[in-house]
Ligand binder design. Structure first.
Ligand SMILES: *[C@@H]1O[C@H](CO)[C@@H](O)[C@H](O)[C@H]1NC(C)=O
Ligand SMILES: *[C@@H]1O[C@H](CO)[C@@H](O)[C@H](O)[C@H]1NC(C)=O
Ligand SMILES: *[C@@H]1O[C@H](CO)[C@@H](O)[C@H](O)[C@H]1NC(C)=O
Length: 505
C-alpha cells in the first residue's frame, strides 16, 4: 500500500519523474550514536536512516513526495516539556540524518521517526534517562566504559603509527629541554597541558596562543563526560607540524602531520570544533554538509569549482590553468595575503560563496594551503567528485582514503589536472562511484563521534606510556569548567560525582 501511495504522489506531483520510486519504510536501516541517548552525550545527537525499497535494495535518492519526520520529546526535572531542537536532513541519496539538541537534562525521552505516516519500530526509542545535555558536568564513565558505550573503534591506525617511536615517555627527563628547544615566541606557539583528576591545567608558550581555545574546549567537553586519564602532553597550536625527523623525537601533538615530521596527530581544530558545535554556532559541519546539498549529480555543472586564499603557489598556478580552460573551471582566489604583489595578475577575488553551493558543481579540488587543506573531509562528505593534490601533509583520517577509490589524485604541480578532469567527464559512472565512496568513507571515519573517540583513545594510549608522576606544575593555570547547573546522577558513582561537583561549583 505504501508503494501505491508513493506512485500516486510521484505521478501527481511531478510528471517529469520517469520512474516511480518505491520505498518500504519498515525496512529502513537506522544507525548512529543518537539512538543511544543515555550512553552518548553530544551537543547534537545524530543518527542515519537508509531507505530501502520493496525488494530490499538501498534507495539512492529521496523519492519525491516522501515525508520523513522525527519527533523527539521528553520531560525536564520539573515535569515540563524538555527543550529540544530536532532537525531532519535529507542527504538526497536515499539517506536522511536526524539530529537533535537537548537544552536541558531530559527524562523519559521519546524518539519517533515517521515516514509517510508510518512509525518506524527501529526509530522508536524510549529512554528513561537522565539524558544529559552537552554542558552538564557528569563524568560518570571510566575511559574503558566510555570507549565501549560510544562504540569507538578498538584500534586507530594513525595513533598506533604515531606512538610507535614513543613506547615510553618520561617528561621529567625531556620537559625542560623540549620547552627550551621549541620556545621561539615568533616562530612557534604551543601549550603544555596536564590533566589531573579530571581537571585541566596548562602553560602556553609563544606569541599567538589564541588557538588554545580549541584544545581547551575539546578537553573540557570530554572531561564533562568521561573521567580522563591523568596525562601530560604538549599541544602545537600552529599549522605546521614541528618535530622534524632529522631532529630529536620530542612528543608533540599537532593538528596536521607530514612525511617529514614525527608529530602525533589529533583531528584538526576545525573538524573538532565543528563536531563539538554541531547545531551550535558553527554552520558547516560533517552532517550539515551532507544535508544541505540540493543539486543531484546529473544536474551539477561539469566544472571544477574552487575558492580559497593565496596560501600556496599552486593555488595561483590553478588560476592560470583555469583561465586557459574556462570550460573546465570556475576557480578564484578569495583573499590575498602571501602573494599580495601578484594580486593584479591573479585577482580580483570573487565574493564569498557558501560552501554548500560548491556542490552545484560536479568536481571539487583540494589543494594544500599552508599545510593540508582542512576542507578535505567536508569536500569528501559532499556528493561531488573530489580531486586531491598529492601532498606530504595529512590529517588524522587520511590513511583511510585510497587514491582512485575515494578521490582522484592529481600531481603536486597540478600538471595532470586537466587530463584528470577530462577523464572524469568521459567516465561519469566511475566518477559517481568514487564520489559516493568518498562520502561513505567520511560517514565511517570522520563524524563527530569518530572525532571524540580519536581524542579519548589517544589520551588513553598516551597515558599508558607516561612514566613520570603526573603533577600540576608551577606556573600552570587551570582551565575551569564553565559555571553551569545541572543534576548529575549516576547509578554507579552517584555519591562520588555529586560531592565532587559540589567542590567544583
Ligand atoms: C545500503 O546502505 C547501508 C547503509 O548505508 C550500507 O551499510 C549498505 O552497505 C548498503 N548496501 C548496499 C548494497 O550498497
Ligand atoms: C563562477 O561561480 C560564481 C559563484 O557561483 C558565479 O557567480 C559565476 O557566474 C561563475 N562564473 C562562471 C564563468 O560561470
Ligand atoms: C552514567 O549515566 C547514565 C545516564 O544516567 C547511565 O545510563 C550510566 O549507567 C551511568 N554510568 C555509570 C558508570 O554510572
Amino acid at each position: 500500500m505504501q508503494f501505491n501511495q508513493i506512485v500516486i504522489i510521484s505521478i501527481t506531483i511531478s510528471c517529469i519523474s520517469v520512474l516511480a520510486i518505491d520505498v518500504d519504510p519498515l525496512k529502513s536501516v537506522l544507525w548512529g550514536p543518537g539512538l543511544s541517548p543515555a550512553k552518548i552525550t553530544m551537543r547534537s545527537r545524530y543518527f542515519f536512516i537508509q531507505l530501502i525499497d520493496s525488494e530490499g535494495k538501498n534507495l539512492t535518492r529521496s523519492p519525491t513526495g516522501l515525508i520523513v519526520q522525527a519527533k523527539v520529546t521528553g520531560l525536564n526535572k520539573n515535569n515540563h516539556g524538555c527543550r529540544i531542537w530536532t532537525q531532519v536532513l535529507d542527504c538526497n541519496d536515499g539517506s536522511f540524518i536526524i539530529r537533535y539538541k537537548l537544552f536541558e537534562t531530559c527524562y523519559n525521552l521519546n524518539i519517533k521517526v515517521v515516514i509517510n505516516n508510518e512509525i518506524l519500530p527501529a526509530g522508536s526509542i524510549h529512554e528513561k534517562g537522565p539524558v544529559y545535555e552537552e554542558e552538564c558536568y557528569c563524568p560518570n564513565q571510566s575511559v574503558e566504559s566510555w570507549l565501549k558505550n560510544y562504540e569507538c573503534t578498538e584500534e586507530y591506525h594513525q595513533i598506533t603509527e604515531d606512538l610507535k617511536i614513543f613506547p615510553s615517555v618520561n617528561f621529567d627527563e625531556l620537559r625542560d629541554d623540549l620547552i627550551k628547544e621549541y620556545h621561539k615566541p615568533h616562530a612557534h606557539s604551543f601549550c603544555h597541558y596536564v590533566v589531573k583528576d579530571n581537571r585541566i591545567y596548562r602553560n602556553c608558550y609563544g606569541q599567538h596562543v589564541g588557538f588554545k581555545m580549541f584544545s581547551d574546549s575539546i578537553l573540557l567537553s570530554l572531561a564533562r563526560k568521561v573521567r580522563l586519564p591523568d596525562v601530560e602532553f604538549f599541544m602545537n597550536l600552529g599549522d605546521w607540524p614541528l618535530i622534524y625527523k632529522i631532529k630529536k623525537a620530542y612528543p608533540m601533538f599537532s593538528w596536521c602531520g607530514s612525511e617529514e615530521t614525527n608529530d602525533i596527530i589529533l583531528p584538526t581544530y576545525d573538524i573538532t570544533e565543528s563536531s563539538l558545535e554541531n547545531m551550535g554556532r558553527v554552520m558547516l559541519d560533517m552532517l550539515s554538509v551532507q544535508g544541505n546539498i540540493k543539486t543531484p549529480w546529473e544536474k551539477k555543472i561539469e566544472k571544477v569549482f574552487w575558492r580559497g586564499r593565496d596560501s600556496r603557489r599552486e593555488r595561483l598556478d590553478l588560476i592560470d590553468i583555469a583561465r586557459k580552460n574556462p570550460d573546465l573551471f570556475n576557480a578564484s582566489i578569495t583573499n590575498f595575503f602571501f602573494f599580495k604583489n601578484e594580486m593584479d595578475k591573479y585577482g580580483p577575488g570573487e565574493k564569498h560563496t557558501s560552501f554548500f553551493d560548491f556542490f552545484k558543481y560536479k568536481y571539487q579540488l583540494n589543494i594544500d594551503g599552508t599545510v593540508a587543506a582542512y576542507r578535505f573531509p567536508y569536500l569528501l562528505a559532499g556528493d561531488s567528485l573530489v580531486f586531491k593534490q598529492e601532498s606530504k601533509y595529512y590529517e588524522f583520517f587520511y590513511h583511510h582514503t585510497v587514491p582512485g577509490e575515494h578521490y582522484v589524485p592529481v600531481k603536486h604541480d597540478l600538471s595532470d589536472l586537466v587530463e584528470k578532469i577530462k577523464w572524469a567527464k568521459s567516465n561519469d559512472g566511475e566518477a559517481l562511484k568514487i564520489a559516493k565512496a568518498g562520502r561513505r568513507l567520511m560517514r565511517d571515519v570522520a563524524l563527530p563521534r569518530d572525532v571524540f573517540c580519536y581524542h579519548v583513545h589517544l589520551l588513553q594510549e598516551w597515558s599508558k606510556r607516561i612514566q613520570n608522576k603526573i603533577k600540576v606544575l608551577k606556573g600552570m593555570e587551570e582551565v575551569s569548567q564553565p559555571i553551569y547547573g545541572c543534576e548529575c546522577v549516576s547509578n554507579v558513582e552517584k555519591k562520588k560525582v555529586k560531592s565532587e561537583l559540589k567542590n567544583e561549583l
